[in-house]
Write a protein that binds this ligand. Structure first.
Ligand code: PEP
Length: 250
């Protein structure tokens, strides 16, 4: 049985005080997770302070992005080592907002994935098709390309440090959720890609999260699909009650 992993992507929300209130509420309401995992991904400015609150709890810390270089003249950027130094265990890479708004290519995302792994950060690696791509029937082709290029030259021994998040772009922040059947179909396909690139064991072990308007009222149906191993949550993670309800759906 694979564990379920629920991650909250706070995006460009919550200043320091708001971050501390939200994470303190989460910590106090957190149910017993068993073997499952909960990750919060606040903005950079709150990482260290949030880490101080969750240090003695099962909640893990993640960042929303990082630069692929170790250091240098990259004004405004943050390195993997900097994230490690403030307590991050995870980093989200390849989010569709990074791909579209910040023009991140599959090749750049692959460099970031390799750098994160080399610094012992675990990666939540996002893939997903646009509405136009889904309607033209090329969902699998698009997802395959993203997985293949994003994981290029990543050895099998490192795959245990990667979570793949399937996030159909048309479902992110729109209130439109993929049906459990639509999501399951793509998750099963992604698992088959991992089987082809690596092995049956690695395919069976890899965590594949679903993301795209996950809410308390659709979480349990999505999370009960055989190949859906958790959720990457945007909007609904900004209120402790709704995030806790999603966690409880596990
Ligand atoms: C996300 O940004 O990763 C996401 C899934 O957002 P939302 O839950 O708001 O659709």
């Amino acid at each position: 049985m694979r564990k379920k992993v629920i991650a909250g992507n706070w995006k460009l929300n919550n200043d320091l005080n708001e971050s501390l209130s939200l994470v303190s509420e989460l910590k106090s309401k957190l149910p017993d997770l068993g073997l499952n995992e909960v990750i919060v991904c606040p903005p950079y400015t709150s990482l260290e302070s949030v880490n101080a609150v969750i240090k003695d709890s099962p909640i893990k810390l993640g960042a929303q992005n990082m630069h692929e270089a170790d250091s240098g003249a990259y004004t405004g950027e943050i390195s993997a080592q900097m994230l490690k130094s403030v307590g991050c265990e995870y980093v989200i890479l390849g989010h569709s907002e990074r791909r579209t708004i910040f023009n991140e290519s599959d090749e750049l995302i692959n460099l970031k994935v390799k750098k994160a792994l080399s610094k012992q950060l675990q990666v939540i690696f996002c893939v997903g098709e646009t509405l136009e791509e889904r309607e033209s029937g090329v969902t699998n082709k698009v997802v395959e390309e993203q997985v293949k290029k994003g994981l290029n030259e990543i050895p099998e021994s490192e795959i245990k440090n990667i979570i793949i998040a399937y996030e159909p772009v048309w479902a992110i922040g729109t209130g439109k959720t993929a049906t459990p059947g639509q999501a399951q179909e793509v998750h099963q396909f992604i698992r088959s890609l991992v089987r082809n690139y690596y092995s049956e064991v690695t395919a069976q072990n890899i965590i594949i999260q679903y993301g795209g308007s996950v809410k308390p009222d659709n979480a349990s149906e999505l999370l009960s699909q055989p190949d859906i191993d958790g959720a990457l949550v945007g909007g609904a993670c900004l209120k402790s009650d709704s995030f806790i309800q999603i966690i409880k759906a596990v």
